[in-house]
Design a protein around this ligand. Structure first.
Ligand code: GTP
Length: 597
């Protein structure tokens, strides 16, 4: 296909503004998929994505469209993950296409995630076509939202397309706009092969499937190709396109998006952003801007039942095969026994992996408090990266500690602004900007990542009744007065509950944690002191008093079934607990103890 008849685009939207519905409608109206095969949300393939309504891997679909000018076009839609955890993946996939549809719900307006993603599109020099969706709803206010797009994002919205992805209004106009308003890709047919590795995932039949965008040259089945990052060479055994089902073809040329398979065993061997070229007569110039994605949030995963350690290892190894951004190493905890210290791109990524281990592999897990990476500057001038508060070196050797900071952008209706400012202030935030767009405020804060990874988003949602939207990016490291706080239960330190906290807040945090733990740990036959300490100094203390009676003593008379039920309940409760010295601590305590309300 000549370049002039190809258009590559992505859809940028805030969650729930209708990205998937619009994509489905474009696919359906061009008869890319027969109506009888159409199921909702064609593009989200993994169960977990479908359930949570998020897209984790980039997906593409090739649409054939005959335009009003009578010509046949190939439209390649690339669907990118919309979540902040996957910002790097988003920025790469944006570089694989030339334009974006900016979908904004005309009953809602611009949200923080819309902004973050549209900036990726602007960075990638995209032509952007605004689409106002959900115009079938009575609450739609297209003029206001168009104005907001111009004010907040600064792009022309006078020719925004008015669409109802649900009823099909405006779909034809959208297809025409893709053809007439988005640029055709550039590329040279007879240049050495240069293809961008956009994404990759594991398929149990075909091995690793690599999604590529051909920049220059041609890729054919049978070619020998080289990954420029690590120099590995592979024999291409299949190439093809997504319609959206995988369809093999013989050759992919400049401007095209498609896939290849090459008997690659691990997703780890294929790095997003890498350049693929031919083994012989390849290019020497890799595409610029490659950087491997780095985990930023770490936590320990331990089996509730120690006997499941090997199963946990298996499941983690399998998941890691398919996810190069997930890291793990074995960890032993005095409190929790054998487990793994795992690294994630963010909290959502952590939750997705944890859910999959629990659900797909049926292993009950104890998840320790998420932690960020601290740079520990030692007195001898060396720098250690601390992934786990339990490994904090002796303070006498430490000169200072630096922690990662983020720039957070929050969009919120006026009436909740006060609560949002308070929340950010409580989390050691520094306000950088505050502007208004209509009745909504946009605040920008510089915040320590460790104050955000835990429950910031939950708190933000609850103080704003779900009306705030939030996005962030890493901005670097800064020194602050940080200390390791340990928790002692029955005078034994529980390493899995150690956290890094700001010195000024240590006492408050310590008190909150011991109070929480007092409620979370069931009474035993003896008195249990629960303490928070910094170094050797106790900063907060609670005592859990001894249990007075057997639980069954509550049942007067001889109600045998009630008694049996209670005992069973007690037994089931036990299963989810771990013993620390002589004390049973329930699984949920490790996370709940850290939540601040
Ligand atoms: P994520 O996949 O979660 O990022 O969301 P999304 O942006 O893909 O949104 P999705 O297409 O799943 O749509 C969100 C909700 O809005 C769904 O319940 C859709 O049925 C509904 N919706 C989408 N488009 C329209 C529309 O034009 N009109 C109306 N009334 N509802 C719509």
């Amino acid at each position: 296909t000549p370049l002039e008849n190809i258009r590559n685009f992505s859809i940028v939207a805030h969650i729930d503004h209708g990205k998937s519905t619009l994509a489905d409608r474009l696919i359906q109206s061009t008869k890319t998929v027969a109506d009888r095969d159409m199921k909702e949300q064609m593009l989200d393939s993994m169960d977990i994505e479908r359930e949570r309504g998020i897209t984790i891997k980039a997906q593409t679909v090739r649409i054939n469209y005959t335009a009003d000018d009578g010509q046949d076009y190939i439209l390649n839609l690339i669907d990118t993950p919309g979540h902040v955890d996957f910002a790097y993946e988003v920025s790469r996939s944006m570089r694989a296409v030339e334009g974006s549809l900016l979908v904004v719900d005309s009953t809602q307006g611009v949200e923080a995630q819309t902004l973050a993603n549209v900036y990726h599109a602007i960075d990638a020099d995209h032509e952007i076509v605004p689409v106002l969706n959900k115009i079938d709803l009575p609450a739609a206010d297209c003029d206001r939202v168009a104005e907001q797009i111009e004010d907040v994002i600064g792009i022309d919205a006078s020719e925004a397309i008015r669409v109802s992805a649900k009823t099909g209004i405006g779909i034809k106009e959208t297809l025409e706009a893709i053809v007439t308003r988005l640029p055709a890709p550039k590329g040279t047919l007879d240049a050495p092969l240069k293809a961008m590795l956009v994404d990759s995932w594991y398929d149990s039949y075909l091995g690793v499937i690599v999604l590529v965008r051909i920049m220059d040259g041609q890729l054919r089945k049978g070619d020998r190709v080289r990954m420029m990052q690590n120099g590995s060479v592979h024999h291409v055994d299949r190439i093809g396109v997504f319609r959206p089902a995988m369809t093999e073809i013989d050759v992919l040329g400049p401007g095209e998006l498609g896939f290849l398979t090459a008997s690659i065993k691990q997703v780890r061997d294929t790095r997003v952003g890498d350049t693929i070229t031919h083994e012989k007569k390849g290019t020497d110039n890799a595409l610029p801007g490659f950087k491997p994605s780095q985990p930023v949030v770490f936590c320990g995963l331990f089996p509730v039942d120690a006997a499941e350690f090997e199963d946990l290892r298996d499941s983690i190894e399998k998941l890691a095969l398919n996810d190069a951004s997930f890291s793990y190493e074995m960890e032993t905890s005095a409190a929790l026994g054998f487990g793994f210290r795992c690294g994630f791109l963010g909290l959502l990524h952590l939750e997705v992996i944890r859910d999959r281990i629990e659900r797909e592999y049926d292993i009950d897990l104890i998840t320790t408090a998420p932690s960020v990476i601290y740079d520990i500057h030692m007195k001898d001038g060396s720098v250690e990266q601390l992934h786990n508060p339990a490994d904090m070196p002796d303070l006498t050797h430490v000169d200072h500690i630096e922690e990662p900071r983020i720039k957070a952008t929050i969009l919120v209706p006026d009436e909740y602004l006060g609560d949002v400012l308070k929340l950010c202030q409580d989390r050691r935030g520094i306000q950088e900007n505050l502007t208004y767009a209509g009745s909504r405020a946009m605040v920008v804060y510089d915040l320590p990542l460790n104050e955000v990874v835990f429950d910031f988003y939950d708190r933000l949602k609850s103080v704003t009744k779900g009306y705030a939207s939030f996005d962030y990016q890493m901005i670097g490291y800064r020194t602050d007065s940080l200390v390791k706080m340990s928790i002692l239960v029955n005078d034994e330190p529980v390493d899995a509950l150690s956290t890094m906290v700001h010195r000024d807040r240590a006492e408050m945090r310590g008190r909150a944690m011991v109070e929480k733990l007092k409620d979370l740990i069931p009474r035993h036959m003896f008195k249990i002191p629960i303490q928070a300490a910094i170094g050797g100094k106790v900063i907060a203390r609670e005592t859990l008093s001894a249990m007075r009676k057997d639980v069954t003593a509550k049942c007067y008379g001889g109600d045998a079934t009630r008694k049996k039920k209670l005992l069973e309940k007690q037994k089931a409760g036990k299963k989810k607990m771990r013993q620390f010295g002589k004390v049973d601590i329930p699984q949920e305590a490790f996370i709940s103890a850290l939540k601040m309300d």
